[in-house]
Design a protein around this ligand. Structure first.
Ligand SMILES: Nc1nc2c(ncn2[C@@H]2O[C@H](COP(=O)(O)OP(=O)(O)OP(=O)(O)O)[C@@H](O)[C@H]2O)c(=O)[nH]1
Ligand SMILES: [Mg+2]
Length: 314
């Protein structure tokens, strides 16, 4: 998934990206062309395309990059009222170029100045009107003081989830087999609709670990559902989506699972004595339930964790 950051030159796009990525405001030069970065949010990697704001780039680069991105962050310098009209004109164009219904966040850069409520209101008024096709949110921000940087990250996380949902994906079933100090722990998170995982239609869900340095990444379609699987030698996990007419978003799901495995590895390194069941319970609830709200909206996910009798396996 890719998010573009646009706005006139000098409004602070690159400063905001630097603060998001490195927690610091580094001196910037006006961006020549574009600047592409990867940011990791909730275990998913997100591509950020910081578009140069100088006029030649607006004409030559914005249309093609904006039409390929899934969400737009548009930055306005809240300390330069004289530039608002020009900024609005380009905002209107940007909205025409981006994909229909993609989410839009307008960041009003207040730098280190006190927030001027009148300017915030003016920006809200003039930037709200142009479109009904896109959900638009507003946020005053300061890359210098760090104000609202967390909210920007939250918005990005939501944008990812919106993309998954719009791709028609709802996760119904997640199962992970994780080797711990006590054996193998099986963790399942599923929606109330039990039928989905009927053992006979999913005989493949069986502790499939990778050997040594290899890892496994598999994609299947079973009974009209997407089944995505990832494993290394310590962790094996499966994710099953609801029936959907079109199969989309597979790359995002694969990324989600491989990132999940990396996180489990990290957890293992932190707990030098090996993972315990309680470590896993708290981690899984946090990671798979709190963060991944693409679970079916109607049915709350249910969580089960149990130790697998290893005699069954070996
Ligand atoms: N108004 C204002 N400008 C500042 C402040 N601090 C830094 N700047 C200036 O803002 C400039 C632009 O920041 P960038 O993040 O590079 O802007 P940009 O939107 O990426 O610009 P382009 O790459 O040309 O599109 C900086 O180089 C500084 O000169 C401040 O507190 N207030
Ligand atoms: Mg820049």
């Amino acid at each position: 998934m890719t998010v573009s950051i646009a706005g006139l030159d000098g409004v602070g796009k690159t400063s905001i990206v630097n603060k998001l990525l490195r927690e610091e405001v580094t001196e910037t030069y006006s961006t020549y062309g574009i600047n592409q970065e990867i940011v990791k949010i909730n275990g998913l990697r997100l591509g950020l395309t910081d578009l140069g704001g100088k006029e030649p780039f607006r004409n030559s680069l914005w249309p093609s990059y904006l039409s390929r991105s899934d969400a737009l962050i548009y930055v306005v310098d809240g300390t330069k009222e004289e530039k608002l009209d020009e900024s609005k004109q380009w905002f209107v164009r940007a909205l025409k170029w981006i994909k229909e219904n993609s989410p839009v966040l307008v960041l009003i850069n207040t730098w280190d100045k006190p927030v001027d409520d009148n300017v915030l209101k003016t920006v809200n008024d003039i930037f709200t009107s142009p479109s009904n096709d896109h959900p638009i949110e507003f946020l005053p921000i300061s890359p210098i003081t760090g104000k609202n940087m967390n909210k920007t990250v939250d918005w990005l996380a939501n944008a990812i989830i919106t993309t998954l949902i719009e791709a028609g994906i709802t996760v119904d079933y997640f199962v992970a087999y994780i080797k711990t100090e006590t054996g193998i722990v099986e963790a399942r998170i599923k929606t109330a609709d039990d039928e989905i995982v009927d053992e006979s239609s999913f005989p493949i869900i069986r502790y499939k670990f990778a050997t040594e340095a290899e890892s496994i990444l598999e994609y299947m379609r079973i009974g009209g559902r997407q089944v995505v699987m990832a494993a290394d030698e310590q962790t094996s996990c499966w994710l099953i989506t609801t029936r959907s007419e079109e199969f989309k978003g597979t790359n995002l799901l694969m990324k989600l699972l491989t990132e999940f495995i990396k996180e489990i590895q990290g957890l293992r390194v932190q707990r030098e004595n090996g993972l315990s069941e309680s470590d896993l319970t708290s981690y899984l609830i946090k990671y798979m339930i709190d963060n991944q709200t693409f679970w079916s909206e109607k049915q709350l996910p249910m969580f089960e964790i149990s130790t697998v009798d290893t005699k069954e396996i070996f």
